[in-house]
Design a protein around this ligand. Structure first.
Ligand code: NIG
Ligand code: FE
Length: 425
């Protein structure tokens, strides 16, 4: 394929931004589009774009490779900023337990949940894990995902966590997708340390972190801050150690209970606080008030990353997206792809559910799943919008009547094709 490619007659080119930035509050509802547009791609990057009437002026010499995108909307590919895509086995038995009435916490207490996945991971080789994860990556890229964050957290031993992170590193090397790695040893306490929490925290800090830093295996650090898992204090201790090695926090907070994770996460200047199913009014205000209290330039606003398919799968109330946006938060959407609480990495479904159940406008949901998702992985310069210099990671839709049709026709596959780095997958 030629390294220059011109796409013409695009019915609507979506999320076009000369200058890209994280979107908060009311700005999330603005989704700039160009009707009847062209897009020029050079060496896998967006080189130019505009309305068709500007084509002659902007691209005087047409390249050989031209794609006609008549009747198609073209969007930036989804940026899925929270997944646990590396795992050894599915857990549909627990799914049945849940149907029979057991809660997430009860299943965890029975040795199911994360510990079940840790057991399965222990028995899987690095190659097996890689092959399984590779298939999932292929699957989600066909569903329109072009950038993705992947966590460890099913290892729970030095050996297991390193195995997971090495698999993620290999995925980074071999895949065309943009991938970020997050170290989540603090996902639960392994049985060995059930009565000795400090022992496990010490192992994370003294045994795992130095190797991870040395082999450059992670970009971020994560902790599951939750009743029965890690307290806000423990989260702070672990994050501070991670930050000494250059790992910024992206955190699981307020999924089931509110135990101080929001305050602690804001104090840690986390890149993002994720889940947020359980928020009280004071916490929503804290998240919304951030902007005014931020000392300019020192750190970006902490992003609120909502994972509606996890709330759906666990039959919980959805995240209060409306209140968060209306108080001025920067909201991102992600799939939480994992075998326990969201066995789907389909971002189209995430976007639809956000509109249907959380009353996000289609424009807000698309921004939250593209540009804000990119910022939640510090990929704001590389992905998430149609901006010159960004990766040509694109979704081409089938013929649809309007953009709002995407979340409206939930469960319908509206994607015709997906491009990563300027090449169709
Ligand atoms: O994000 N909440 C913690 N971790 C995952 C679930 C992990 C699992 O059940 O395997 C989540 O929902
Ligand atoms: Fe998660």
């Amino acid at each position: 394929m030629s390294s220059v490619c011109l796409i013409i007659n695009i019915q609507q080119l979506v999320n076009v931004r000369a200058y890209s930035q994280l979107l908060s509050g009311a700005a999330l509802a603005e989704l700039p589009c160009i009707e009847n547009a062209f897009l020029l791609i050079e060496n896998g990057l967006i080189a130019d774009y505009g309305a068709m009437y500007e084509l002659e002026l902007k691209v005087p010499q047409l390249p050989k490779y031209i794609i006609n995108a008549e009747d198609k909307f073209v969007l930036p590919a989804w940026c899925d900023s929270h997944t646990h895509l590396v795992f050894a086995a599915s857990r549909e038995n627990e799914f049945i337990d849940k149907i029979r009435g057991l809660s997430y916490a009860e299943i965890a207490a029975k040795g199911g949940g994360i510990l079940n996945s840790a057991q399965k991971l222990h028995n899987a080789s690095e190659d097996e894990l890689f092959n399984l994860a590779w298939k999932r990556l292929e699957e989600v890229s066909k569903l329109g995902t072009g950038a993705i964050e992947i966590k460890s957290g099913y290892g729970l031993t030095v050996e297991g966590e390193l195995k997971m992170l090495r698999v993620i590193k290999k995925l980074k090397e071999k895949s065309n997708l943009l991938i970020k790695a997050t170290f989540l040893a603090a996902h639960t306490y392994p049985l060995l340390y059930k009565e000795n929490h400090q022992g496990y925290i010490d192992s994370i800090i003294n045994e795992m972190l130095p190797v991870i830093a040395n082999e450059k295996l992670a970009d971020y650090i994560d902790v599951f801050c939750e009743t029965g898992f890690f307290s806000a204090k423990e989260m702070e201790m672990i994050c501070q150690a991670g930050m000494r090695y250059g790992l910024k926090p992206k955190l699981h907070v307020n999924q089931l209970n509110s135990i101080g994770g929001i305050e602690a996460g804001l104090k840690l200047q986390a890149i993002s606080l994720d889940h947020l199913e359980t928020l009280n009014e004071a916490e929503i205000n804290l998240l919304g008030q951030q902007q005014s209290s931020l000392s300019a330039a020192t750190h970006n606003k902490t992003i609120c990353t909502l994972l509606p398919t996890a709330a759906f799968f666990l039959r919980m109330g959805f995240q209060p997206a409306r209140s968060l946006i209306d108080t001025g938060c920067a909201v991102a959407l992600a799939s939480d792809y994992n075998p326990g609480s969201s066995p789907s990495g389909n971002m189209n479904l995430v976007v639809a559910m956000s509109c249907i159940q959380m009353r996000m406008l289609p424009e807000e949901a698309i921004n939250a799943a593209t540009i804000n998702g990119a910022y939640a992985m510090e990929l704001g310069k590389e992905a998430g919008s149609i901006t010159i210099g960004k990766k040509a990671n694109l979704i081409f839709t089938k013929p649809i009547p309007s953009l709002a049709y995407l979340p409206y026709a939930f469960g319908t596959n509206c994607i015709d094709s997906v491009m990563i780095n300027g090449e169709f997958v």
